[in-house]
Design a protein around this ligand. Structure first.
Ligand code: PEP
Ligand code: MN
Length: 345
């Protein structure tokens, strides 16, 4: 249940709502959404029905403006809250509510020239954000771990040169605060999708968060991870489906295309797709992308490298700039065929 309070509601009125719920055996959490103060509860049970007299009593409490009778474990993510969908913006990059957002870039920032060259290519192809890793989550401790803060400085220089918004990953709360100082969007990778202390830190950030689905998370778990960030006060969350672990090892992960419309029905948050990590091989990136676009995703995160064979990380799944540009032209054709009236189809 979402109990919206009047903007001018007093602390006493809010506490009266919390006490009222407590007497019903329900715990309420105080937060904000869309600039409005509210009390969230996930245990509304029978009181979530508008016909229940207790629901009416809650609606009539002093300071209460509106009660939304949702009873899901991720109430702030719930589509009912914003049926048209949220739009998330960072510089020239926007995604959601009909705006298709494209993020491209190398798996990792290797040098200034490699990052700048990739940025210029992805921008020319139509991307409005550059993603490059500075802090890299590597399976092996002996693999290249990223240029760290030096990588962040390179990304900032490249933003100055190209105007692209910068997306980059953080793996701990300390890194998230540091990344926020440099980047426009903070990425939380699949391996940290259920790192709850890190998600709480993301709730405190003022920048958008790109949250990847944990490769063994159900959709409910994925949305509950997003709920941590929203509950902390940061509504700017972009969900990214990047494939889940299955028995199939022909691909690196399995991209569940059905998750796209399923998520879009459940939540107002934009849903983008990372076909690169799902495929693990460049030849499958375009087909997975086109399937995702047809399934209604709001945007893409694609790995691109000027010379994939020489990439320090994930070269096998990286597209060349030409392949990326050609794929985006095909995406445009799919979007235009499906949504001929949308302005940025
Ligand atoms: C990445 O985006 O480079 C990355 C490591 O992705 P994931 O967390 O999805 O594996
Ligand atoms: Mn990668």
């Amino acid at each position: 249940m979402l109990i919206f309070l009047a903007t001018e509601a007093t602390d006493t009125e809010r506490n009266q709502v919390l006490d009222f719920l407590k007497r019903l055996g329900i715990q309420g959490f105080s937060t904000r959404f869309g600039g409005r103060p509210l009390v969230v509860t996930i245990e509304g049970g029978p009181f979530c029905f508008t016909s229940n007299p207790v629901f009416q009593e809650i609606a009539n409490l002093d300071g209460v403006e509106e009660v939304v009778p949702v009873s899901v474990p991720y109430p702030l993510c719930c589509r009912d809250l914003r049926p048209d969908g949220s739009i998330i913006t960072a510089g020239d990059f926007s995604v959601g509510n009909g705006t298709f957002g494209v993020i491209g870039g190398p798996c990792t920032v290797e040098s200034e020239s490699q990052t700048l060259q990739t940025a210029q290519c992805v921008k020319a192809a139509g991307a409005t954000a550059l993603r490059g890793g500075a802090f890299k989550p590597r399976t092996s401790p002996y693999a290249f771990q990223g240029l760290k803060e030096e990588g962040l400085r390179i990304l900032v220089k490249v933003r100055e040169e190209t105007g692209l918004a910068i997306v980059t990953e953080a793996m701990s709360s300390e890194e998230a605060k540091l990344v926020e100082e440099y980047a426009d969007v903070v990425q939380i990778g699949t391996r940290n999708a259920q790192n709850y202390r890190l998600l709480e830190t993301c709730g405190q950030l003022r920048k958008p968060v790109l949250l990847k689905r944990g490769f063994s998370c159900s959709l409910d778990e994925f949305l509950m991870s997003a709920e941590y960030i929203l509950a902390g006060g940061n509504e700017q969350v972009i969900l990214c489906e990047r494939g889940i672990r299955t028995f199939e090892n022909y691909v690196r992960y399995t991209l569940p295309v059905g998750a796209i419309p399923a998520l879009k029905a459940l939540t107002h948050l934009p849903v983008i797709v990372d076909p690169s990590h799902a495929a693990g091989r460049a030849d499958l990136v375009a087909p997975l992308t086109l399937a995702s676009v047809a399934a209604g995703c709001d945007g893409l995160l694609v790995e691109v490298h000027p010379d994939p064979k020489k990439a320090l990380c994930d070269g096998r799944q990286s597209l060349t700039p030409n392949e990326f540009a050609e794929m985006l032209r095909a995406c445009h054709r799919v979007r235009t065929a499906l949504h001929p009236t949308e302005p940025n189809a």
